[in-house]
Design a protein around this ligand. Structure first.
Ligand SMILES: [Zn+2]
Length: 596
């Protein structure tokens, strides 16, 4: 078994895809909303028997590798690396250079995180850091779970440690852990005298770090900042990272919601307090990439920080983005001036309560914009009104919408009717935009002929009573080399054994890509002809073959006619004669195809 087949055999496709989208069983297969197009009724199918998936809406299809590639926008080697790790399959026999750089950097980060963590747990120089986190109320089990560490206040502790392990300075620098000094060949550690928070990707690999200065040293190194982060590297991009996602992802799916907090410490203490579906975008306002990442797990976001009502801040922009992505927002109301971490330190159960009592975003926003102050100027009235109307337009319940409209009319001192009119306009334009988006969806490029040919082959393989028809199937009518190759194998196996099935066929084919193609075709046929009787299937087979034959003759006749025109131009009498006869034959034969 090659590595790809081995990985596939060790990762169940339903479990794997089920981590990204909700799947429910339908017969032998599973069904869910397609993550690759705006899917309103579930058109995405996963077959556990065949270990493939296919969307009958946008026609995308594939295996676990292509699923991960499409979803993460990564290339095949990267998908292979991630899935091999998950399956516990050693890729050493693979072309190493493809993976080398990334895996070296990830290995360096993993080792460094472990190194800092050991220092934190055991070294006397980490005493201050330990007592600081203890004072902040962190338990040892939590510290271990988040692998918190300590970077000694020395110039090259980590550098020496990694050099001893035979890593090159250029790789360590590429991982963002050291900074070159003024002298040639001189390096110093990026993180010094800091508490270390390793940053993980969704797969639980360390890709970067945040370092927090010890409270006593805050003034001393004011010029360096309280927090420093790994710079952008090959494996770390701060705008796509969510701190805590590696631990939170399964809890997010369970709760179908995520609590978004401001800082790493908020994440850790919330997790410890039992609210585990929690992440933060360390140091930046939420980016579009992060919102996309989150919306893979849930569409319900609960914000646990102050939202600036001015509507110009970065936070306000990310809120607009989230609303545009169809995310339902709620807000946690905390005692004034407190962040979650402080709140939890006081009383963990208060935090749980605050999360469960989070209020709808519109309610919060409404009170924020309109509370207590009369909105005087016309333009500010209009602005506030528009924003709230957009939020109202997203409410599904019409009664609830009416309540908010009345409330808004009251507050702005305008008539409900005029607001309702504007709301209708907003909802109409939203509907149109949605329709445009849906129309823009491009189906995967695969011709109708190809789809038909795949179904023909799948019917032959699937239905033993149809299988004998392989003898009379002409390879010429199949539109691609891949499909002809598969049909060739069917013919060969049939000749020898007078029967075949998926197993015997795939043994002969061996090429993973083609086996995959057959699996997907089988899944399509199974779904499409679910309730067909044999006689219906036989008819369908005949219809499909006739379609391909017709197309074959049509394209051939077209081609010959073009050649004929050329020959006539050149007055090539012999060629005209031959071509005319060929065209006549083709037309005669095409007429023989039964019309039904
Ligand atoms: Zn789709």
């Amino acid at each position: 078994m090659d590595s790809i087949a081995e990985i596939k055999s060790k990762i169940d496709i339903v479990d794997f895809i089920g981590e990204y989208i909700k799947l429910r069983p339908v017969g032998k297969n599973y069904q869910g909303l397609c993550p690759f197009h705006k899917d309103t009724h579930p058109s995405f199918y996963v077959s556990p028997d065949r270990q493939v998936w296919k969307c009958f809406g946008c026609n995308r299809a594939g295996d676990i590798f292509s699923f991960l590639q499409e979803l993460e926008g990564i290339d095949f080697p990267e998908a292979l690396r991630i899935l091999a790790k998950r399956a516990g399959v050693n890729l050493q026999k693979f072309d190493k250079s493809t993976f080398d750089k990334r895996s070296t950097l990830i290995e360096i980060c993993r080792l460094s995180a472990a190194f800092y963590h050991q220092i934190f747990l055991k070294s006397p120089i980490a005493e201050e850091a330990r007592s600081y986190l203890e004072k902040r109320g962190l338990k040892e089990s939590t510290i271990k779970e988040f692998c918190l560490g300590f970077a000694p206040d020395k110039w090259d502790t980590l550098f020496k440690f990694l050099i001893k392990r035979k890593y090159s300075p250029s790789d360590i620098e590429a991982a963002g852990l050291i900074i070159p000094g003024k002298k040639q060949g001189q390096y110093y550690d990026r993180f010094r005298g800091r508490i270390i928070f390793p940053i993980y990707n969704v797969y639980g690999e360390v890709i970067g770090f945040t370092g927090r200065i010890l409270p006593g040293a805050e003034k001393k190194s004011a010029e360096q900042g309280k927090y420093i982060n790994t710079p952008q590297t090959l494996i770390y991009n701060k705008s796509t990272v969510l701190y805590g996602i590696n631990l939170a992802k399964s809890f997010i799916r369970q709760a179908d919601s995520v609590v978004l907090v401001e800082g790493n410490m908020d994440v850790i203490s919330s997790y410890q307090a039992g609210v585990k579906n929690v992440v933060c975008s360390s140091g930046t306002a939420l980016t579009e990439e992060q919102i996309k990442l989150l919306s893979r797990y849930t569409h319900n976001v609960i914000l646990a920080f102050d939202v600036d009502p001015a509507g110009v801040s970065a936070t306000a922009r990310s809120i607009d983005l989230m609303l545009a992505y169809g995310i339902n927002l709620k807000i946690i109301r905390l005692p004034k001036g407190k962040d979650p971490d402080e709140c939890i330190k006081e009383n963990p159960s208060l935090w749980k309560k605050a999360v469960s009592e989070s209020i709808e975003f519109i309610e919060y926003y409404f009170s924020l914009i309109l509370k207590g102050k009369k909105i005087a100027t016309l333009s500010s009235k209009k602005k506030a009104g528009e924003k709230i109307l957009v939020l109202i337009s997203k409410i599904k319940n019409s009664f609830e919408r009416d309540l908010w409209l009345n409330k808004l009319a009251d507050n702005l001192g305008v008539s409900v009717d005029s607001l309702r009119e504007r709301l209708t306009e907003i909802m109409k334009s939203q509907k149109e935009r949605k329709k445009e988006d849906e129309e823009e969806e491009i189906k995967e490029e695969s011709s109708l002929e190809e789809e038909v040919a795949k179904k023909i082959l799948a019917l032959l393989i699937k239905e033993p009573k149809i299988a004998p028809k392989i003898v009379s199937l002409s390879l010429d009518i199949l539109p691609t080399t891949d499909l002809r190759k598969i049909a060739r194998v069917l013919k060969d196996v049939w000749e020898k054994e007078k029967k075949f099935n998926f197993k015997t066929i795939s043994k002969q084919i061996q090429e993973e890509r083609l086996i995959n193609l057959i699996q997907i075709a089988l899944l399509s046929v199974e779904k499409e002809y679910e309730n067909f009787e044999f006689s219906d299937l036989e008819k369908e087979y005949g219809r499909l073959v006739n379609y391909l034959k017709k197309r074959y003759f049509e394209t051939n006749i077209e081609e010959k006619e073009l050649q004929l025109k050329d020959a006539e131009k050149n007055n090539d009498k012999e060629k005209i004669e031959i071509l005319s006869r060929q065209i006549f034959e083709l037309i005669k034969n095409s007429k023989k195809i039964k019309n039904d």
